[in-house]
Design a binder for this molecule. Structure first.
Ligand code: ADP
Length: 252
């Protein structure tokens, strides 16, 4: 049949399919590039603490270190091993989220209750750093995955505490806006420079690498949050002023 139709018409008819194939091709190339970058970053991030662990263990193993140095090196091994563990946990979480057929169990949950649990759990950490952590709002039901939403609350609160200033505060709010359930975590911390605000959701992107590492950050927390929010078809808003604070809001 195609042979009988004018060549230009045939092209017009198949043009939408050609365009779709072209778009898919570009997506595949972009995804492959992202995956390659991620693999390179993962290798680098895993090798750093492992190299430190190996080095300190070798020093202790030589039997030449005094008591003080032995304690110092053991502490280094301990903190690098913890770092490695957090990284591996976050990488596993991301790869589970990445699985195309990742089936989320959705149920009607009270976001306020989840927030309450998280605030309770993080209270000691916040107090230790002189940060006032409070919850406001009311019982708010939403269709969501409980485990993943726990993760969101934990990651956002943990950042709001870690990137805060002494005497600062963190306010978690849960409620309804234009009939949509929402949650937000606002801090009075160091803020994020305008030019970095889009990039903080990328895997392994940090504004200040040394601060992130010294406070136990893996550089994957916000990437995980972004992924979970997308899977819930919710919207993610970031509002931040350098030196004044940051608010992250999720609207269902
Ligand atoms: P990390 O494990 O490094 O905290 P995240 O993905 O959670 O990784 O965050 C990425 C980067 O965004 C952080 O390294 C930090 O520079 C910045 N950031 C995240 N949350 C905040 C916040 N509440 N205030 C200031 N900066 C933040």
């Amino acid at each position: 049949n195609i042979m009988l139709v004018d060549e230009n018409n045939v092209y017009e008819e198949i043009r939408p399919f050609v365009n779709t194939i072209k778009e898919q091709h570009v997506n595949i190339i972009n995804n492959a590039q992202l995956r390659q970058e991620f693999t390179a970053n993962v290798s680098h991030e895993l090798k750093t603490p492992l190299t430190a662990i190996s080095g300190y263990a070798e020093l202790i193993g030589n039997g030449m270190t005094g008591k003080e140095d032995t304690i110092r090196f053991s502490n280094e091994i301990h903190s690098n091993a913890n770092r490695l563990l957090s990284l591996i946990n976050d990488i596993i979480k991301l790869s589970e989220l990445d699985e195309a057929d990742h089936q989320m169990e959705m149920e009607r949950i009270d976001l306020y209750k989840l927030a309450e649990n998280c605030v309770q759990m993080m209270q000691v950490t916040a107090e230790k750093q002189g940060i006032r952590l409070t919850l406001q709002g009311e019982s708010t039901m939403a269709m969501a995955n409980k485990g993943l939403m726990d993760e969101v609350f934990y990651n956002l609160c943990s950042n709001a505490i870690r990137y805060n200033k002494p005497g600062g505060s963190v306010t978690v709010t849960v409620g309804t806006k234009d009939e949509r359930p929402f949650l937000s975590v606002a801090d009075t911390g160091i803020g994020i420079p305008k030019e970095c605000q889009e990039r903080v959701f990328e895997r392994f992107y940090r504004v200040d690498k040394s601060r992130s590492k010294s406070t136990g950050g893996t550089g994957l927390g916000l990437a995980i949050v972004k992924h979970i929010v997308a899977q819930h078809n919710a919207a993610l808003h970031l509002d931040s002023e350098l030196d004044e604070g940051t608010t992250i809001e999720i609207v269902f």
